[in-house]
Design a binder for this molecule. Structure first.
Ligand code: NAG
Ligand code: NAG
Ligand code: NAG
Length: 465
């Protein structure tokens, strides 16, 4: 018996009407109000959780000095940090300004097709490019960034347009844009800040128009907002903008946003949570999140003074990906191109290594769901993902057991039903039940198996619980 047939006659008449008010009609998208309550209720488009792995690119005028950090301008002129002041005094004439670096942002080797191929080879499913960092320089020919954009200064090319079309035409990867709300030294922003953000000149004349401009012109799949400059979301009119983005923009059905939309919104409002740079909680979160981190542990932008030991090794990167995905997150791994448009070969190699690892182990990463346990309770460095519909559990182990057996304290196998496969190895692996204490799996002798990969191995366990 359906619920409707038990309702009194009036209820039966009113019910369809009530439902049509509270729910959108089939095929019609929900509309959102410019309030966090409404915007936070928007489901994050599925493609994002399925994608799991993206590449972040920090590129801008900071790639010209390429010294210390992409925060070069701030550290040099605002904080007057000694290494930065010394670097300028030793290498540039007196009176040289940060803006004077602009023409040297030449990008003569920038080949968007080549970048697209390198990025795709990493196995990543999306990219996020800094369309504008805190320095204010836009990588597209913004109407709102007069004489401080890549079409007027430096390469004289629309970097965002070139990369967007190559990524889309050649790779099928999703194309996302990072955008900094505030700009360190913009006069209008500093005036607004001095008025305790009662004035809104910068937000309404610069930052918001730019956001509408990049969405309309480049239709990004991700809008990665950053740099609230300690101004509240009401100053940025973030809820007004997001309501437009979700209701009426050309990307309303597929766009994904993060949580950096004004002081206090991080880890609380918007789309997925980033919470902090390099956020990696080690436990499951109930809200979709992303771990944004950088291969150069000391900078997001390219820096010439990096040492080999400053770069994460492929073992570290695979571990971060596995931990992050097991806990319900996506990994956004950053590289910094050079001022002349190269992706340094150390980054290219790391990307290729990730791609090689994912070619074998990707089935335990992409489109997976977190399992009831994220890591093993007995053996360290074992992380779980799952495909519930197919009754598959993946156990990714980051240390090859020299003993020849791997104890898994969490999953319980069912004798004669549970099968354990090592991905990349043809034979099922023998295993025994340890009752409530889990199961013990016999791993093949590594020296005889010639597994086509390293850095982390995946067990595909079917029908365990
Ligand atoms: C990509 O495709 C668009 C049309 O879809 C075309 O206008 C553009 O020139 C192409 N770009 C590249 C780099 O092939
Ligand atoms: C905020 O954004 C909305 C949506 O675009 C707009 O209608 C409204 O006028 C904006 N408010 C302010 C104060 O800028
Ligand atoms: C792994 O699991 C154990 C026990 O279930 C837990 O105490 C530990 O914090 C987890 N995380 C890491 C990173 O090992």
């Amino acid at each position: 018996m359906s619920a409707g047939s038990r309702l009194p006659a009036l209820g039966r008449l009113l019910l369809p009407l009530l439902l049509s008010i509270s729910r959108p009609l089939a095929g019609e998208a929900a509309r959102y109000d410019p309030t966090w309550e409404s915007l936070d209720a928007r489901p994050i488009p599925d493609w994002f959780d399925e994608a799991k792995f993206g590449i972040f690119l920090h590129w801008g005028v900071f790639s010209v000095p390429s010294f210390g950090s992409e925060w070069f301008w701030w550290y040099w002129q605002k904080e007057k940090r000694e290494p930065y002041v010394k670097f300028m005094n030793a290498n540039y004439p007196p009176g040289f300004t940060y803006e004077d670096f602009g023409p040297s942002f030449t990008a003569e080797f920038f080949d968007a097709n080549q970048w697209a191929d390198i990025l795709k080879a990493s196995g990543a499913k999306y990219i996020v490019l800094t369309s504008k960092h805190h320095e204010g320089f836009t990588l597209w020919g913004s109407k709102y960034s007069w004489a401080w954009n890549a079409v007027d200064v430096g390469p004289k090319r629309d970097i965002v347009a070139e990369l967007a079309s190559s990524i889309r035409n050649r790779t099928g990867l999703r194309f996302g844009l990072y955008h900094s709300l505030f700009e360190w030294f913009n006069r209008l922003f500093l005036e607004d800040a001095a008025s305790a953000f009662m004035k809104r000149q910068f937000a309404s004349l610069k930052s918001l128009p730019e956001l509408y401009e990049i969405v309309n012109q480049y239709q990004p799949d991700i809008l990665w907002s950053d740099g609230d400059g300690n101004a509240p979301d009401t100053y940025w009119n973030s809820t007004g903008f997001l309501a437009w983005l979700y209701n009426d923009s050309p990307v309303r059905d597929r766009v994904v946003t993060n949580d950096r939309w004004g002081a206090g919104t991080i880890c609380k409002h918007g789309g997925y949570y980033t919470c902090a740079d390099r956020y990696n909680p080690g436990h499951l979160l109930s809200h979709k999140w992303e771990n944004c981190m950088t291969i150069d542990t000391k900078s997001w932008g390219y820096r010439r003074n990096a040492q080999l030991s400053d770069y994460l090794a492929i073992e570290d990167l695979v571990k971060l990906l596995v931990e992050t995905v097991s806990c319900g997150g996506n990994l956004l791994m950053n590289i910094g191109p050079t001022h002349d448009g190269r992706i340094p070969v150390i980054f290219e190699e790391r990307l290729k290594q990730m791609g090689n690892w994912l070619e074998i182990n990707g089935e335990a990463i992409f489109s997976t769901k977190p399992w009831r346990a994220q890591n093993d309770s007995v053996t360290p460095d074992v992380w779980y993902t799952s495909k519930p519909k197919e009754d598959i559990l993946y156990a990714i182990f980051l240390k090859w057991p020299s003993s020849g057996t791997l104890v898994l304290g969490e999953p319980k196998g069912i004798p004669r039903k549970t099968e354990v496969m090592l991905i990349g190895y043809a034979e099922p692996l023998p295993w025994v039940s340890l009752g409530e204490k889990g199961m013990m799996v016999a791993t093949p002798l590594l020296s005889f198996t010639k597994l086509p990969y390293q850095w982390g191995w995946t067990l595909r366990i079917t029908h365990a619980y």
